[in-house]
Design a protein around this ligand. Structure first.
Ligand code: NAD
Length: 379
């Protein structure tokens, strides 16, 4: 069974799908791993590192694709790559099935079996495969580092001979995986942190990290589903959260927003008016830009200045920490891929409660109901 890793094609993508430590594991499962020459360089892994781990490297991309039984990737491979794969080849990566379902039509047309890391259910058995959480962890950490670098102040409280320097104040909107990591990182740098989330269960986690939790009276409505995710709220409930954030943002130096509702546009947390009320020199890092943004003024992948407030809306922060982001992703991917390998051969059990739900296309069929509906192919 041949597993192929190419160099990622997307601009500013420095991650690689498999790191050498994972290659070792897969070779131990009797798979053969082939890596495109240079694929790991931006994640500080040379072709020699891969060869030592048991992979073979090649510069001949077309030959690699023709021989692949499985193509593993970080981002959805370009259409010309998919077109060179044999029918029935398995493709695994962040395929954005709910954000850009139509872009997966070529995978369907070529008869590929596509698995999307975003669709892996968050059940206990699949925790080691949860790449969304891994990348949210990296993004939450890096958002604070970017903010600290940009902020014209220091983060920690300092008592110096020249007087006291007060600590930076950080407000985090959305206390899921990314938000909690942002809180932990900002606390480690010495900031005073407060956070808001519509799920009251997040309060305990926020407080355990040494931050304060902002309570909003949402009238006792249901704010989360059975899976622990936020649900879409009424306009009135959203407004109460927004009003509180607008008020608190005037006293904070940094606002990091991470609020998302799966399958929906990101909720608006910071209005234009709220931004104009913030102090000059403040920083907003909007981590929800890929799903529409939490700040009314953020522009995807741009840094703008509004009345002295810097607004950044990075789309791919995990790629800017390529070694650890690749390491975590590679482990998640390998955990999933290992579950598809029996006696060195691919064994796809679509009735499995992790394999089935994460499959998007198989034998010319849309396998996921939500994706099929999104492309208008649901029958
Ligand atoms: P996410 O990226 O979908 O959303 C981020 C956060 O935004 C969530 O905490 C959500 O409640 C919050 N949010 C949504 N609308 C908001 C609004 N209007 N105002 C303020 N906050 C808002 O979520 P995530 O970080 O991927 O995870 C969320 C939940 O899933 C958490 O309970 C987490 O513990 C749980 N989780 C479980 C597993 C697992 O069981 N394997 C893995 C990861 C996460």
């Amino acid at each position: 069974m041949n597993i192929v890793v190419l160099k990622e094609s997307m601009p500013d993508e420095w991650r690689v799908a498999l790191m050498p430590e994972s290659v070792r594991k897969l070779v131990g499962l009797k798979a053969s791993v082939y890596i495109e020459s240079g694929a790991g360089v931006s994640a500080a892994r040379s072709d020699d590192d891969y060869r030592e781990a048991g992979a073979q490297s090649s510069k001949d991309r077309d030959a690699l694709l023709e021989s692949a039984d499985v193509l593993v990737a970080v981002n959805k491979p370009p259409d010309d790559v998919l077109a060179k794969l044999r029918q029935g080849t398995v493709v695994i990566g962040f395929l954005r099935p709910l954000d850009e379902p139509a872009a997966l039509q070529p995978a369907l047309n070529h008869g590929l079996t596509a698995f999307s890391m975003e669709l892996i259910p968050r059940i206990t058995r699949a925790q080691s495969m949860d790449a969304l959480s891994s990348m949210a962890t990296v993004a939450g950490y890096k958002a604070v580092i970017v903010a600290a670098e940009r902020l014209p102040r220091m983060f920690p409280l300092l008592m110096t001979a020249a007087g006291t320097v007060p600590p930076a104040k950080v407000l985090v909107g959305g206390a899921g995986v990314a938000g909690l990591q942002a809180i932990a990182t900002a606390r480690r740098l010495g900031a005073v942190v407060e956070a808001y989330d519509v799920r009251s269960a997040a309060g305990e986690q926020v407080r355990s990290l040494g931050a304060s939790f902002l309570e909003v009276d949402l009238g006792g409505i249901k704010t989360e589903d059975a899976g622990g995710y936020a649900v879409e709220l009424s306009e009135e409930a959203l407004k109460r959260g927004r009003d509180l954030i607008a008020e608190r943002a005037t006293t904070n130096d940094v606002v990091i927003t991470t609020a998302q509702v799966p399958g929906r546009r990101a909720p608006l947390l910071l209005t234009e008016e709220a931004v104009y009320r913030m102090r000059p020199g403040s920083i907003i890092i909007d981590l929800a830009a890929s799903t529409g943004g939490n700040c009314a003024l953020s522009r995807p992948d741009e840094t703008i200045d509004v009345n002295g407030v810097t607004i950044m809306a990075p789309l791919n922060l995990p790629a800017t920490v390529p070694v650890h982001a690749s390491q975590l992703y590679s482990r998640n991917l390998t955990s999933f891929l290992s579950s598809l390998i029996k006696d060195g051969e691919l064994h796809l059990d679509m009735n499995d409660d992790v394999v089935g739900p994460s499959c998007v296309t198989h034998q010319g069929q849309w396998m996921n109901k939500r994706v099929a509906e999104a492309v208008g192919a649901a029958g």
